[in-house]
Design a protein around this ligand. Structure first.
Ligand code: FES
Length: 312
């Protein structure tokens, strides 16, 4: 055995002889009370955490969930506070510095001493440790609830509107719109039947003068009689309703930031901050003379998050 081994072994032995370790100390009345209070606080956390789950999955009630979450967090805080203040060994031990290496025998002796002292302490407080684990688990699960509350993924809904092939065109009161109902140079806000007032479906039906449109054939195919053209009413800049139509110049004007769109040229923006044309809704006429959609808008309506990085 080297000198340092002998030193380490002696040091631990001396310590064990001169100090009464936690394993041998009887709990004082105050410590027992602290243990009971800690256990109660942890149990409160567990019950509040479980209660939070029950309330959430039985329909949810925001105020009750908030109270339960606060109680769960408070219980854990109180338990940890009592534990730290009354149950942990707070004695200060000053030891003279020895040579840093203890040697194999010293380390073995220290390991034995540590397991003898700490083991019984943890064993005696196993109930508190289990409660602490339960409280941590209940709170950890509770923290997952905000994730569940995010709701379903939007999927393609941001890129679709209620317009479908065959949707009858109706006005704000739900009355079907017939060909010729809108006077020349006039316009009307229309919706798909059954979705009156739907924000993403609002559409401007404009009766333009014959021969005034400069659209490619595939777009003209969605303009009954070459005079009834329909564009989304949602401005492609920031989503305001484009509510002004100037018939002389065949331009639509957005009142928010004065973007202007050329109706004769596919609602192309020619002034203001909007960078994208208003999508055109392809129309047809059914056997009753009522305007119907040939399908949804061919591209998303409104300000386009998918165009954010596109250069202007
Ligand atoms: S929202 Fe229409 S121009 Fe800004």
């Amino acid at each position: 055995m080297t000198d340092s081994d002998q030193q380490g072994s002696e040091r631990v032995d001396v310590d064990r002889q001169t100090e009464q370790g936690p394993a041998n100390r009887e709990l004082t009345g105050g410590q027992r009370r602290a243990e009971r209070r800690t256990a109660i606080a942890l149990a409160v956390t567990v019950v509040a955490g479980i209660g939070l789950f029950v309330v959430y999955f039985s329909g949810g009630q925001t105020q009750v969930e908030g109270v339960l979450f606060a109680v769960a967090l408070g219980g854990l805080g109180v338990a940890l506070g009592i534990w730290a203040n009354h149950l942990l060994d707070a004695r200060e031990v000053v030891e003279e510095r020895h040579e840093l290496s203890s040697g194999a025998a010293g380390r073995e002796a220290f390991g034995d001493a540590l397991s003898e002292e700490v083991g019984p302490v943890l064993g005696r407080r196993s109930m508190l440790l289990k409660l602490l684990a339960g409280a941590g688990g209940a709170l950890g699960l509770a923290l997952l609830l905000p994730v569940l509350s995010l709701g379903p993924a939007p999927g393609n809904t941001l890129k679709m509107t209620p317009w479908r092939r065959g949707s009858r065109v109706v006005d704000e009161e739900g009355e079907p719109v017939t060909l010729g109902q809108v006077p020349e140079d006039g316009f009307l806000t229309v919706f798909p039947e059954g979705h009156e007032g739907a924000a993403d479906a609002q559409t401007l039906l404009i009766h333009v003068r014959p021969g005034s449109l400069k659209l490619p054939p595939e777009k003209m195919a969605g303009v009954p009689e070459g005079t009834h053209v329909a564009y989304s009413k949602i401005c492609t800049h920031a989503g305001c309703p484009v509510g002004l139509y100037r018939a002389e110049s065949q331009s639509l004007i957005c009142p928010c930031h004065q973007s202007q769109f050329d109706v004769s040229d596919g609602a192309r923006p020619f002034f203001g901050p909007a960078a994208r044309p208003l999508p055109q809704l392809p129309l047809g006429v059914d056997e009753d003379g009522i305007l119907v959609a040939q399908g949804d808008f061919p591209e998303p309506v409104g300000p386009a998050f998918w165009d954010m990085n596109r250069g202007r």
